[in-house]
Design a protein around this ligand. Structure first.
Ligand SMILES: [Zn+2]
Length: 330
């Protein structure tokens, strides 16, 4: 889908609203205040279009009420355009570029970007837990990237870097969450949250995984120092490729990392990874590898918007989305 096709599909506010209603209420209108299923269209008589009144609680609502799209005064078309650009870019886009493309100030584009990322995060939260062979890994971000070949980065405690726990299923999906460090108390709840107990775990040699894996079907660990990673199916290559993408996103787009906003950036990378499909298989040195491509953009939009409801970012008292601005200039 290119920009021309986008314009044809979403020519005006009416088309955008109808599309959002179809995506957010696939089975009919639901009152966002009380979940009531009966409501009336009260948009007639000069009232704004898309306004409904719930016959259970009597409150009024639109398709964006209680979603991050609500009360920003931005046209719905601007929101859809932002989602389109964010989904369409293979590495993510900075708020400077987003602002140019959607025609807002950079400040607004920054908020819009984070609102979309927040929806991406709840999309991942609504996913089934990972099953099959699941690789567990930690990725350290932040600080200056160091390109020292064969030099092992200092791990966990003692580094200024942010630690991101990564669970990657061999059959495609990943989940990732910012954690304080790589201790048992930090990692165990995340493994629990993301991975089905029938899964076969693969991890590096971090001791805590041995304990965590007691509740799982099986566990194997990879010694990065040896050639063990080529040992049959025991490897962490999926998690490693995801980590490489995180690293690239960090250097390209969200290089000015703030721990406060990091999880939303990570969620964006996760969303992108989880919305790919196998394109073809290649064979390299006798090892088969699947090449993925991004799913069609409308399919991704549908997946995103289904989780818009209930994704409330903090509101400022003057209304609108409130996300604390970082101290640095973006
Ligand atoms: Zn209601």
């Amino acid at each position: 889908m290119n920009m021309k096709e986008f314009s044809a599909q979403f020519p005006d506010e009416k088309a955008c609203r109808e599309y959002l209603e179809l995506m957010i209420w696939p089975l009919g209108r639901v009152c966002p205040h009380c979940e009531g299923l009966k409501s009336w269209d009260i948009s007639a008589e000069g009232r704004r279009s898309g306004l409904y009144e719930c016959s259970t609680c009597g409150k009024q609502f639109t398709v964006t009420t209680k979603t991050p799209l609500h009360s920003t005064k931005l046209p719905l078309r601007t929101w859809l355009m932002a989602m389109y650009f964010m989904i369409n870019s293979s590495k993510g886009i900075s708020s400077v570029f987003l602002a140019k493309w959607i025609g807002t100030s950079q400040k607004t584009a920054w908020k819009v970007g984070h609102a979309v990322r927040a929806i991406m995060a709840s999309q991942a939260d609504a996913m089934l837990r990972l099953a099959g062979i699941v690789e567990l890994d930690e990725k350290y971000l932040g600080g200056k990237p160091r390109y020292q070949k064969d030099v092992k980065h200092k791990r966990g405690r003692g580094t200024a870097k942010s630690c991101i726990f990564v669970a990657a299923s061999r059959n495609g999906h990943v989940r990732a969450h910012v954690v304080a460090n790589d201790s048992y108390s930090e990692l165990a709840p995340q493994v629990n949250r993301f991975v089905d107990s029938r899964a076969d775990l693969m991890s590096d040699q971090l001791q805590v995984y041995r304990k965590i894996s007691e509740d799982y079907a099986s566990h194997a660990s990879v010694n990065h120092g040896s050639k063990e990673f080529v040992n049959g199916a025991v490897h962490n290559n999926t998690a490693e490729s995801f980590n490489a993408i995180l690293e690239r996103a960090k250097q390209g787009v969200f290089h000015a990392l703030s721990k406060r906003h990091l999880q939303r950036y990570v969620s964006e990378v996760v969303f992108r990874w989880n919305h790919r499909e196998p394109a073809r298989e290649i064979s390299k040195n006798g090892i088969k590898k699947t090449i993925y491509k991004a799913k069609p953009i409308l399919e991704q939009l549908r997946s995103l918007l289904r989780y818009a409801v209930g994704t409330q970012l903090r509101r400022s008292f003057v209304g609108g989305i409130f996300i604390p601005r970082p101290a640095f200039r973006l």
